[in-house]
Structure formats: C-alpha cells, structure tokens
Design a protein around this ligand. Sequence first.
Ligand code: GSH
Length: 331
Amino acid sequence: MSIQSTKENPLPAKLFNEKGELQRPVSRFRNWISSEPGSRFPPEKGRYHLYVSYACPWAHRTLIIRKLKGLESIISVTSVHFHMSIVDSWRFVGPDESLPMEDVTPDPLHPEFKRLKELYYRADPNYTGRFTVPVLWDKKTESIVSNESSEIIRMLYTEFDGLLSEEKRKVDLYPRELRGEIDEVNGWTYDNINNGVYKCGLAQTQAAYHDAVTALFASLDKVEQQLSSASKDGPYYFGAFITEADIRLYVTIIRFDPVYVALFKTNRAMIRTHYPYIHRWVKHLYWNVEAFGKTTSFEHIKGHYFTSLTMLNPSGIVPEGPVPDILGLDE
Ligand SMILES: N[C@@H](CCC(=O)N[C@@H](CS)C(=O)NCC(=O)O)C(=O)O
C-alpha cells in the first residue's frame, strides 16, 4: 500500500513507508562548532543564535542544555510562535503579539523575516527539506551551523567550556564512563519513545499504530524499571547526576499526559497514574531543576500540537485537561 498526501493527511507522502509508518527525514545542516584550531565555526560569545520553539521536544533539548551549561549570555535565543503550518512551517510572532515565556519575539537578526523558512533560504537558496527547529545560526557567515538537535546539544556540552566558569565547565552531561550506556539508551529511547509517540499519532494504518504503541509502552516499562533501581543512588536516570539520558527522556515525558495521551492516542496508560518512578522523576526535574522547569511552557506545548496538527484535531480545540498539567511534588 502506498500512502498519499490528502486533505485528511496533508503531510508529504515521503514521510511514510509502504506500511504507513512515519519515517522522520534526516537533518541537512550538519556542521560543528569546534574549539580546534582553524575550525570554521569557533566558539565565540555573541556569534551564534538558537532558533527554537518552546513547543518542540527536539528544540527543548537545546534550551535545557543552554541553561544547564550557563550559556545564556553566550548564545542568544528566539522562539517562534507555537502555531506551525503544515505547509509553511513556523512563523515568528509579530511586533505586537505577546506570548508567554522569554524570547518569543520577531526575529531580532532579520526583522523583515516572517517565517523560519526564510532563514533556511538565506542559508541555502536551493534548500528542499523541511523547515525544522532547532536551528543553530551563525551571525557572522549568515548560515546554519546545524539543524540537528542531537548534535547541537553535544557541541554545547564542551565546545564553549573555554568561555565558562569553572563550575559550569564541570557540568558533564556525557561522562566518559557512561557513554556506552547513554548511547545504548538513546537508541531505543529515540525510536520507541521520542519519535515513538509521533509514530503512534501519525500512523496511517491500524497495524502501524499497534506496533508503535506496543513498543512505546514496553520501553516506558523499561524506563520505570531503570528509575526504580537508580532511585537508591539519586533522582536522575543514572542516579546521582543529570546526564543526556534525563534530557532526552524529559522532553517527551513532560508532554505525555497533557498532549500525547489524547492527540497521539498513547492512552494505554498515563504517567501520573501508572508509572510512579517516572512520575516522581519528571516532577523532580520540573519543580526542582530550573533548566527543566523554566524552559517548559504548557501554553506553547498544548497550543502547538492541538492547533497545528489539524489532520488529527480538525476543530483546533485545545483540551482543558489534564488538570493540572503537572502535579505538585507531593501529589
Ligand atoms: N532531527 C531534528 C528534528 C526536528 C523536528 O522535527 N522539529 C519539528 C518540530 S517538533 C519541526 O520543526 N517540524 C517542522 C516541519 O516539519 O515542518 C532534530 O532533532 O533537530
């Protein structure tokens, strides 16, 4: 069976395989900021700008690291409006629009730009891919360093360390002794959880949905197990300190009950009722660790998914529940 792009499913047909399963395209701009001598993109204060959406889980990763590493005064940020057009992608807010959260402004570098796609065309007039966030922009060469979040976060871990305080330099989110485990966890977390929820929501056949939702909940069970055994050493995925595994998982789990359960039909269970260890872990990060809580906006998150993915929610109505979006630490 081949999947066609239709009014009901306006996403391009090439995003799906013949089984109706979502195939996320690979990112096109894959340069690295590097402190190596002679590097094309050396770390410099004020040179780079991150374009994000507070709604987007991939962009959310970069916002968390920027705060954890204390890069706020080194890398500036702009968030787009939470509404994403399926055809034209993200837009900047207008000068008179006011949305929650910091840095939701017109493009400060190109005030004439209305949409994120103009940035992509500035970097490459022949660009043909999707216009995704995050984008790490180089002000000096007016080009995109990278639009792949998994690589942007790793640049931010170490490449700016020469500009940071001793305390921030010590923040190590990818410690040598855990790299093997983190990479192993990343593989199935990405396939079955981060991208897995999208595979559930955008599946074009019952079988594709069933396979995705089964893999998703089997992986959540595995995470629950891990957090239960790590909890004797501390509140994080590997116990005592935050690593990349916490960041990659958080951005999906924080959106799970408020969005994915309803919109993506991941409703075999909710985190708050069925996964006590995951629930405790996510509440701790949200309430106690600023880099997580202060970069999370339920207005952007709910507004985005329920009004943008109109093929799943044609009325664009944003559900009021669950109430509250996240429970308190002792609830
Ligand atoms: N591989 C990319 C994926 C980013 C991505 O898919 N972002 C979505 C938002 S959650 C997007 O901007 N989509 C716009 C579009 O497809 O038009 C990354 O991790 O950086």
